[in-house]
Write a protein that binds this ligand. Sequence first.
Ligand code: ADP
Ligand code: MG
Length: 257
Amino acid sequence: MTREAQPSSTPTSSDRPLVSLTNVNKHFGELHVLRDINLDVARGEVVVVIGPSGSGKSTLCRAINRLETIDDGQIMIDGEVLPAEGKALAKLRADVGMVFQSFNLFAHKSILENVTLGPIKVKGMKGGEAKELAMSLLKRVGVDNQAQKLPAQLSGGQQQRVAIARALAMKPKVMLFDEPTSALDPEMINEVLDSMVALAKEGMTMIVVTHEMGFARKAADRVVFMADGQIMEEATPESFFTNPQSDRAKDFLGKIL
Ligand code: ADP
Ligand code: MG
C-alpha cells in the first residue's frame, strides 16, 4: 500500500508561522510609519526588535495586537487573519499577550485581581480556578507573596513581573513586549529580564522591543533592526551586534553600545 503524500501547499499548524505580517503599511496622516513590513515569526521563536526612537517599533507591536489598524497588508496569528472587531477580535487578541513600558496595572485592584480579571471576564473562568492559575503564575515570576497588595505598594520591577503574569494568564500563543524595562530603575531591570529569559527558554513565542543587548544575546533567535518604518536588516544577535550591515544600524549601535 502506498501512502498519499501530504500536499506541500497546505502547511500544518506546526510549520506555518505563528505570526505573519505581509506587506503591512500604516500612516499617521502624512507620516508613513510602517513601510511594507514583512515578518514571519515561527512557533517558539524569540525575535528582538531594535531601532531608533520613532522608527515604528511600538506601532508594529500595537498593530499585531490590533490596538492600531493598518492601511493595507495582512497580519495573521496562527493562520488566522486579524479580525477588525467584535468577539472574534477579542478571542484572537487573547492569543497575543502584551507587556508595555508602563506597567498598566489596575491601580485599585489587588495584584491577584489584576491577574484573575482577564481569565474570568474574557475566558469565563471560574473564580477558584482563576485564582489558582494566577497564584501559580505570580509564583513563576517571583511575586506570589505580593498577591494581596495594591500595585502602588510594589516596586517597578515587581509590577512589571505582575504585568507579565497577567498577560500569561490569558494563555497567549505569542507574547509582545514593548520596551518592558525602559521605565525601570537599573537595579530592577535584571529581575524582569530574567523572567523573560525563563519564558523564552520554556518555548514561548516572543516579539520583544528592547535595547537590552544582554537579553538579545541570551534569548533572541533573531534581531530585527527597524529605521524609518522599515525593516532594514535581520540577523542572529551574534552577527547583528558584531557585523551590522547598514549604515543606519552601525550608527545606531555606535550610540547605544
Ligand atoms: P518607536 O516605538 O520606534 O519609538 P512609534 O511606533 O512609537 O516608534 O512611533 C513611530 C512614529 O509614529 C513616530 O514618529 C511617532 O511620533 C508617530 N506616532 C506614533 N503614534 C502616533 C499616533 N497615534 N498619532 C500620530 N503619530 C503617531
Ligand atoms: Mg516605542
